[in-house]
Design a protein around this ligand. Structure first.
Ligand SMILES: Cc1cc2nc3c(=O)[nH]c(=O)nc-3n(C[C@H](O)[C@H](O)[C@H](O)COP(=O)(O)OP(=O)(O)OC[C@H]3O[C@@H](n4cnc5c(N)ncnc54)[C@H](O)[C@@H]3O)c2cc1C
Length: 419
């Protein structure tokens, strides 16, 4: 097939890709995980198929809505919330989240994104919401009927979360009645699902006199709340819904606060602690797909009287790619297993292990995908070819939920604490 005639050309035939699952034999998993991964591997081609691959904002928004509905109907969004509120497993299970993200990323980046945001966007409700808030939001997330978002970053507060300036001023109810409300002012940027979300978990400074991580509280804000607007949609190299939000005297009932006042920073970090390892898993899925594409292309591409795969420099590249993937997988599932196996104990905090996994898996995936592009030659940079798409998909993962530089500092900080 002439790739110029069909820009969606893949090295492997569409729909025929099956993600390698040899790693399921590793001791990190139990039977539940193996069943989940096997079921999703079989369902993924249909779940992620039949999408419009144009990358306009409208098409990408529509694809995300479709994917959330499909993942919800098939029962996979249930892994994004705990069982008490419609979830599949008793607690948010790090290994299940990782296996789902890895498999979806292998097939379709937007499917991974849509699933991940259901968990990240509702994580603060699962971890710190009142029973009423959990019941109001989580079952809809689990069914794929409500789209979630996580609003932490600000124009002046990315890596430096403590520089957050969005304020949440408390106002007591008139006449000394119970309740009261918070009035939010400020802006949040780089918010995934911004523009299509039904609600946002927003972190804001409820004690304006405080500095850094102190005095921050978390709130769940419905997308249609007066005073909350989408100030700008942001287009990025691998398009997905992303926006800057503006809060202009946005009033919400005090009952929408998640956890205690002043506990918002802790809640944000606890949420990220769970989902950081799953970013590593998504990177792993992208890298596995790139390797499979590269192997298929190397076997098929005629060169110098043989095939590209016959050349030792090709073999060296493939050997290195496979090893980078396994190293990343071991760190990813070590972090996920450690958290799951130690829930409720001090070892549950896998800050260092999750940071090692996120840093290594995203950096390794970038190298693997870059080599896959190189092995494809000119076709590797042709719009719509799978490795070109993967090359764009992987880039942001080295930046969001803590850039690689930040992960190095986190690891060192934990190391210095312990010696
Ligand atoms: C595609 C995408 C989706 C996102 N989705 C969300 C979302 O849903 N919700 C949300 O709240 N945020 C989201 N973000 C924001 C993301 O978390 C931030 O981009 C990230 O935290 C980095 O912040 P920044 O962009 O302000 O970069 P900066 O903080 O300005 O960082 C710039 C550079 O400084 C480096 N750096 C940071 N600290 C140090 C240090 N101590 N020493 C040396 N160098 C350092 C960084 O590694 C980076 O290379 C998203 C971002 C992207 C790109």
């Amino acid at each position: 097939m002439n790739p110029a005639a069909d820009p969606t050309t893949l090295a492997t035939a569409p729909g025929s890709q099956v993600m390698p699952t040899n790693h399921l034999a590793w001791p990190f998993f139990d039977a539940t995980h193996r069943e989940l991964a096997t079921a999703l591997a079989a369902a993924a081609p249909a779940l992620t198929g039949n999408l419009d691959h144009r990358e306009t904002r409208e098409v990408v928004d529509a694809n995300c809505r479709t994917l959330v509905k499909r993942l919800g109907a098939a029962g996979f969004c249930r892994y994004a919330v705990p069982a008490a509120h419609g979830g599949a497993l008793q607690h948010l299970d790090s290994r299940a989240l990782c296996l789902i993200r890895e498999t979806l990323a292998y097939h379709e980046g937007l499917a991974d994104f849509s699933f991940a945001m259901q968990g990240l966007g509702s994580g603060a409700i699962s971890l710190g919401g009142s029973a009423a808030l959990q019941q109001a939001y989580l079952p809809r997330v689990a069914r794929g009927e409500a789209i979630a978002a996580f609003a932490l970053s600000e124009p002046e507060a990315g890596s430096d979360v403590g520089a957050m300036a969005t304020s949440a001023r408390f106002e007591a109810a008139a006449g000394g009645a119970e309740g009261g409300s918070y009035v939010l002012n400020g802006s949040k940027t780089w918010i995934s699902n911004g523009g299509i979300a039904d609600f946002y978990c927003v972190f804001a400074r409820s004690d304006e006199a405080s500095k850094g991580a102190r005095g921050i509280s978390a709130f769940v804000v419905d997308a249609n709340t007066p005073g909350l607007t989408i100030a700008e949609r942001i287009d990025v190299i691998a398009p997905h819904p992303l926006a800057t939000l503006k809060f202009d005297n946005c009033r919400i009932p005090a009952s929408q606060r998640l956890g205690e006042e002043g506990q918002g920073f802790k809640l944000a970090m606890q949420t990220l602690d769970i989902f950081r390892a799953s970013v590593a898993a998504a990177a792993l899925g992208f890298a596995r797909r790139a390797l499979d594409e590269a192997v298929a292309r190397s076997r098929a591409r005629p060169m110098f009287g043989g095939k590209l795969a016959d050349l030792q420099l090709t073999q060296a590249a493939l050997g290195e790619m496979a090893t980078l993937i396994d190293a990343a997988a071991l760190l990813t599932y070590r972090a996920a297993w450690q958290r799951d196996a130690h829930l409720g104990t001090p070892q549950e905090r896998t800050t260092k292990e999750a940071a090692m996994a996120k840093m290594t898996a995203t950096e390794n995936a970038q190298m693997v995908i870059d080599r896959a592009v190189q092995l494809f030659g000119g076709m590797g940079v042709q719009s719509g070819v799978m490795v070109e798409k993967l090359y764009r998909e992987i880039r942001a993962l080295r930046i969001y939920e803590g850039a690689t530089e930040v992960q190095k500092i986190i690891i060192a900080r934990e190391l210095l604490k312990s010696v």
